[in-house]
Ligand binder design. Structure first.
Ligand SMILES: [Zn+2]
Length: 262
């Protein structure tokens, strides 16, 4: 079984049925992150015929300002979901500074709930590496997945000390070399993250014609090359690492069983 620990299946748009069959056929356990309420509400219907897609509820930081007057609905929606994501702080791609305090308000609501409901959070953080760590500490959230971490090594080490997990995605591929200034640093992160904290992600499709299994396989092969190991080892490691996050939690029984099989 392959584990895609951060994806957005609906981004496949007209190819969604193809993507779902690919997920089914290739035995992919997909951790589907939503970016707002509407996104989350459509999940049950889409995944009804595919057993191993884990749906999560989140308000993406670039959408946070739209939900500041809908906090009660957000809180209500939080109750029944299995994990929180995609949530976070983005002070890089989001340029309007007036939105930053609103992002912070929304993430704090999720962190408070993650603490109370003992839920995993799937995080998107840009240029707020220290701030998020302070917030996570203050709410005592323990199950953290850091998606596509692109910050400095200094914070990476502090996150590792706290046991955060990291999803490594397509940004380690050569095609991102010219597009990401800190590309080399991200490669080093991918090599240095301790094995027990390592996960992989597709972050949804970069291209609706590239199926999840193909993208995941490319990322796993490159990650194996960087870490001087085998793709099979990465597959097993990422499966066991996700299993370890959910195995003692009754809400995940259905998923724990399948992740326990090779
Ligand atoms: Zn995402």
């Amino acid at each position: 079984m392959l584990v895609d620990a951060h994806c957005h299946i609906n981004y496949y748009k007209e190819n969604i049925e193809l993507a779902l069959s690919d997920i089914k056929k290739n035995n992919i356990f997909a951790v589907w992150n939503s970016v707002d309420i509407e996104d989350y509400k459509q999940m049950p219907d889409i995944i009804k015929n595919v057993d191993y897609i884990l749906p999560g509820f989140g308000i993406h930081p670039n959408r946070a300002h739209d939900f500041i007057d809908k906090i009660e609905i957000v809180k209500e929606t939080m109750k029944n979901c299995l994990f929180f994501g995609e949530i976070g702080l983005d002070y890089f791609f989001v340029r309007d500074e007036w939105k930053y305090p609103l992002q912070k308000q929304v993430i704090e609501i999720f962190l408070e709930a993650a603490c109370d409901q003992k839920k995993i959070i799937n995080l998107h953080i840009r240029n707020a590496y220290n701030e998020i760590m302070g917030l996570i500490d203050s709410y005592s959230v323990t199950k953290v997945i850091m998606h596509g971490y692109d910050g400095p090594k200094e914070y990476l080490n502090q996150y590792i000390d706290r046991g955060y997990r990291f999803t490594i995605g397509a940004t380690i591929l050569e095609e991102y070399k010219e597009r990401i200034p800190q590309w080399k640093e991200m490669l080093n992160h991918a090599k240095e993250i301790p094995a027990e904290l390592l996960l992989v992600e597709t972050d949804g499709p970069p291209d609706i014609n590239v199926m999840p299994s193909e993208r995941l396989q490319t990322i796993i092969e490159e990650l194996a090359r960087l870490r001087r190991t085998t793709p099979l080892e990465i597959r097993n490691l990422t499966r066991v690492n996700f299993l370890n996050m959910i195995k003692n939690d009754d809400r995940f029984t259905k998923y724990t069983q399948v992740l326990s099989e090779k």
